[in-house]
Design a protein around this ligand. Structure first.
Ligand SMILES: Cc1ncc(COP(=O)(O)O)c(C=O)c1O
Length: 424
């Protein structure tokens, strides 16, 4: 690889390894990652937080050489539940009773009373027959899709669906096809093309890189027309959308048209774990065939106890959601005044799309972080090469002052240099 070609490559280029042994990573990958320009880009990854993922937190900021307080716009702790006193206390109390780990897979020794109660509470909250828990959201999508689909089936997914959905299909042996993002006509054509196979459709409630919502009414109608079940990944939308926080399925009033309702506990719930709600017989079947459920340790009971409290706190009234939406509104208004490209975002996930120049993205990210704004660059191949971006995760815990300060930094380091607003 010639030095002048380094910037033409991305992480998408090194998945094939032609080395003689599998423990020798591709030589080009080594050359590429040892280039200082790539080193800087890579140093944005895995910077360790020294405190809870709250809006003001301390980061071991290697780019400026040490711990510093930052305004954090990167965590999925949308409702601030990860540090809510009642949630933390529930975890502490449960730790005393249950210890640290579940010490077993759910089918054998890893199910505690906490798991059973929480699964029932989640099913009731979502208005479904039954629910099962998974060790993570990733494991949940992987397991549910692997258990439901098989060789000869076709999984039809929105082109922007999460990697866990794609990996689930690989594990199942089913065929994967995608339809154009949020395009019901494209979905219709895809379902028609594969009408001789058993099919299922997967969409997300809120798309994680764009913050736009699934256009559920026409999508659900197309699925109904073809008699194909619809699976909705509400990772970013549970506890955020809908009158009672069930998600976009409730927001669009299509609950009776959805067969599988997926959620994660790592975002608005503030913890970790995945859950899948469906009819009782579907859950019973899935439990027997979902490998990540069967062959991985169950969630720690103390985490489950804390998540039960998160559900209670988030649903006993809508004050946290109202605060979140007020913050989203303030953020959006400020960013729109800066004339930034926010894509189609209609949620608490707000991208700032800066374009195709990867070097510029890294430079802007560096300046933002040096000004104390923890905003991460999202580069190709995580997003399309022409739409590199920053992604803001708005939290209910942000104060007006946090939002205004963050927007001032964004104005100085992103809006002005990219020409969105006039230079000073
Ligand atoms: C849409 C979507 N589904 C599933 C997951 C996986 O969830 P977890 O991070 O809880 O494993 C994510 C994670 O970011 C996601 O964005």
């Amino acid at each position: 690889m010639r030095p002048e070609d380094i910037l033409k490559f991305s992480l998408a280029d090194f998945t094939y390894n032609d080395s003689e042994t599998v423990l020798d990573p591709p030589r080009d990958f080594e050359t590429w990652t040892s280039d200082p320009r790539i080193g800087v880009a890579m140093s944005f990854f895995e910077q360790p937080l020294q405190q809870a993922p709250t809006p003001r937190t301390t980061l071991d900021h290697r780019l400026s050489g040490g711990n510093r307080e930052m305004i954090n716009l990167t965590s999925y702790n949308y409702l601030g539940l990860s540090t809510h006193p009642e949630v933390v206390q529930a975890a502490i109390d449960a730790l005393q009773t249950y210890g640290v780990g579940a010490s077993g897979a759910a089918m054998l020794s890893g199910t505690f009373d906490q798991h059973e109660k929480f699964a029932a509470e989640l099913a009731e909250f979502k208005g479904r027959d039954a629910c099962m828990l998974y060790p993570s959201g990733y494991a949940g999508n992987l397991g549910a899709i692997q258990a439901l689909m098989q060789r000869g089936d076709v999984l039809v997914i929105d082109s922007k669906c999460h990697r866990s959905v794609v990996d689930g299909v690989k594990l199942s042996g089913a065929r994967l096809v995608s339809f154009e993002h949020n395009d019901a006509q494209s979905l219709d054509a895809m379902l028609e093309r594969h009408k001789d196979s058993r099919r299922m459709v997967v969409v997300e409630g809120v798309y994680s890189m764009d913050g736009d919502l699934a256009d559920l009414p026409p999508i659900a109608e197309v699925c109904e027309h073809h008699g194909v079940p619809l699976y909705v990944d509400e990772a970013h939308s549970t506890l955020v959308f809908g009158d009672t926080g069930k998600g976009v399925v409730e927001h669009f009033d299509v609950e009776d048209k959805v067969g599988v309702d997926f959620g994660t506990l790592s975002k608005s719930f503030g913890g970790i774990g995945g859950f899948v709600c469906a009819d009782e017989n579907v859950i019973r079947y899935m439990k027997c065939y979902a490998s990540p459920f069967q062959f991985s340790c169950a969630l720690p009971p103390a985490v489950v106890a804390a998540m039960r409290k998160s559900l209670e706190v988030a649903t006993r009234d809508d004050s946290l959601r109202q605060k979140l939406w007020a913050n989203v509104e303030r953020f959006r208004t400020n960013l729109e005044a800066l004339n930034l490209d926010l894509g189609e975002s209609a949620s608490q996930v707000i991208p700032i799309i800066v374009g195709s120049d990867g070097q510029e993205l890294i430079q802007l990210a560096m300046e933002a972080q040096q000004r104390g704004l923890y905003l991460q660059p999202i580069d190709f191949p995580a997003v399309e090469a022409h739409a590199r971006r920053f992604r803001i995760s708005v939290s209910a815990q942000l104060t007006d002052a946090d939002i205004d300060e963050a927007c001032n930094i964004i104005e100085d380091v992103i809006a002005r240099p990219t020409g969105a607003v006039g230079a000073a």
